[in-house]
Design a protein around this ligand. Structure first.
Ligand code: FAD
Length: 323
């Protein structure tokens, strides 16, 4: 079959062809890979961060079937399962995706190009970072971006929660529920943006202290977090810090491709179809998971299952029945 290339420069690359191209090496991408490759389709899964956000979770205690498993081990298991069925895993940054005249998609990465008949976008999200010294160094060793996920590891510990929205509020209350010794809930302004009821609940807890006009300037420690420094020069001794200052969905590729968004998330229907024929989406990046607290491994793999089955149906209808 002759390939349609958008410009001459692309002709110099060897383009590899697959039935399905999946963007994302998190649980949604890897689950989509398991289902589509098991259905007998040729599949390439491309991602830059192995495991996605799941890979950052030190311990996962709420994935059914595993009482306790690290995010990395769960990633390895999902990846091995996908490879067992023949999926090709590629570690690369996807720079662009073009829709060809024949309705296939050309995926351009820093490691080469891939031509696929259907796409599953499982690009997840990234937590907004504090961007302070010490933050990256202590991720998973006291720095967390998910209080509801990691609260139980801070029983009888002192922690700082940063942020003023509902995620920070519910995270603070979750930490209080699991029995953290002391929770300093800090806002950079002189108010909290969260629902009033959360503030009322927090005020009733002995282990929560709310601090306003506090901005973190540094996280200090040796092996794990030990001290939080604020830009007014004050410090707090703490075993952990939760940055609950928002999540940024990775929708840049989808937007470039012309995929419609809803509330800054990829808009999908009940079958995980986007507005573009042949493009499906799954996981945290989709409009099906609007509540930040529902952004979990279980919900991501559930949507990935639907996306994979819809993709197989689409390919069967378009390439088996029509051709
Ligand atoms: C610290 C932490 C702890 C957590 N703990 C738990 C827990 O205990 N239990 C639980 O259920 N959930 C937990 N979560 C949430 C869970 O990890 C997410 O809900 C889940 O990972 C979302 O899966 P996803 O596949 O949709 O997206 P992600 O995991 O975000 O994966 C997205 C993938 O897309 C890739 N990608 C995006 N754009 C590009 C591009 N342009 N080129 C190449 N690759 C790209 C990323 O590199 C990544 O591989 C935790 C999250 C964090 C951060």
């Amino acid at each position: 079959m002759m390939l349609l290339t958008p410009d001459k420069e692309e002709e110099s690359f060897e383009v590899k062809e697959y039935d399905v191209g999946i963007i994302g090496l998190g649980p949604a991408g890897l689950t989509s890979a398991i289902y589509t490759s098991r259905a007998g389709l040729s599949v390439v899964v491309i991602g830059r961060d192995y495991g996605g956000q799941m890979g950052l979770a030190l311990e996962i205690e709420n994935y059914p079937g595993f009482e306790n498993i690290s995010g990395m081990e769960l990633t390895d298991r999902m990846k091995n399962q996908a490879e067992k069925f023949g999926a090709k895993i590629v570690f690369a940054e996807v720079d662009d995706i073009y829709r060809k005249e024949d309705k296939r998609f050309l995926i351009k990465t820093d490691m080469g190009e891939y031509l696929v008949k259907a796409l599953i976008l499982a690009t997840g999200g990234r937590h907004r970072e504090l961007n302070v010294p010490g933050e990256k160094e202590f991720i998973g060793r006291g720095v967390s971006y998910c209080a509801t996920c990691d609260a139980s590891f801070f029983k009888e510990k002192t922690v700082v929660v940063v942020g003023s929205g509902d995620a920070a509020a519910t995270g603070t209350l979750a930490l209080s529920d699991v029995g953290a010794k002391k929770i300093y809930w800090v806002s950079r302004s002189d108010y909290m943006k969260c629902e009033k009821i959360y503030l009322e609940r927090a005020a009733q807890r002995d282990n929560i202290e709310i601090l306003y006009k506090k901005q973190v300037s540094e996280i200090k420690g040796t092996n794990t977090v030990e001290e939080i420094v604020f830009n007014d020069g004050t410090t707090l001794k703490a075993d952990g810090i939760f940055a609950e200052i928002g999540n940024i969905p990775n929708t840049e590729l989808a937007v470039k491709l012309g995929v419609e968004l809803e509330d800054n998330l990829i808009k999908i229907d009940d079958e995980c179809r986007t507005n573009i024929e042949g493009v499906f989406a799954a996981g945290d990046v989709t409009s099906k998971i609007k509540n930040p607290l529902s952004r979990q491994v279980t919900t991501s793999v559930g949507l990935a299952t639907i996306a994979a089955i819809s993709t197989a149906d689409y390919l069967q209808a378009r390439y088996t029945i029509q051709e």
